[in-house]
Design a protein around this ligand. Structure first.
Ligand SMILES: Cc1cc2nc3c(=O)[nH]c(=O)nc-3n(C[C@H](O)[C@H](O)[C@H](O)COP(=O)(O)O)c2cc1C
Length: 197
């Protein structure tokens, strides 16, 4: 079974995180989840998750009707979690959505919380790190931080949905970005029709 880490930070676009979790859990991928303080705030404000952190799995199960048996939620401050070590098995990590703050922290190797440390470990182990930044417009520091993480081996997938697949709902828009993430992880999907020329 594949094992992917999903980090959710405080950039707008909680829907991208939720749809990513749905897509991975539906395909029986084991998911380690870490959520920042502002990530929780955006899940509340944009996605309506009002519960306690321990109820998050139940929220996903009810929202999408998927099993959350393969999902583990890790505290942000738990720097002793398995994800903090390169010796623990992982098939990659996605930071979705990724705030400019967390992007900067990853770009500079700060490793102050479990999201930053797990990203640092993912890069040092040469595993796939996918960063989904969301901000507009971007200043030169933010652009340089994207270059830094790309030079270090991460793949930058801006939260930029396309429109040629004729999206009808917000979920369709988000699933375009989620499909790009899954493709990069080597996971087959049918989240949007392939372009046929
Ligand atoms: C409603 C709201 C929306 C925000 N949207 C963004 C955003 O789209 N991009 C971004 O980089 N920061 C955004 N921020 C700011 C981040 O949440 C803030 O910088 C925070 O410190 C990020 O911390 P984190 O990376 O640990 O989640 C937003 C904050 C709030 C309250």
């Amino acid at each position: 079974m594949r094992r992917i880490t999903v980090a959710i930070t405080g950039a707008s676009g909680a829907i991208y995180a939720l749809r990513t979790l749905r897509a991975l859990l539906m395909r029986e991928v084991a998911v380690d989840v870490v959520i920042s303080e502002f990530g929780w705030m955006l899940l509340r404000d944009e996605a309506g998750f009002e519960g306690k952190q321990r109820d998050f799995g139940g929220f996903i199960r009810e929202l999408y009707g998927v099993s959350v048996d393969n999902m583990a939620l890790h505290p942000l401050k738990d720097l002793a979690a398995t994800l903090a070590s390169g010796s623990a098995r992982s098939d990659g990590m996605v930071v979705v959505p990724c705030s400019m703050k967390t992007l900067a922290s990853i770009a500079h190797g700060l490793s102050r919380n479990l999201i930053e440390r797990a990203a640092d470990v993912t890069l040092k182990e040469h595993r796939k790190l996918i960063i989904v930044p969301r901000e507009t417009p971007m200043n030169l520091i933010q652009l340089r931080n994207m270059v830094s993480v790309a030079e270090a081996g991460a793949v930058v997938v801006p939260a930029m949905p396309a429109f040629y697949q004729k999206p009808e709902t917000f979920d369709d828009l988000a699933d375009f970005v989620v499909g790009r993430i899954l493709s990069l992880l080597g996971i087959e999907h049918d989240l949007y029709p392939a372009w046929e020329g």
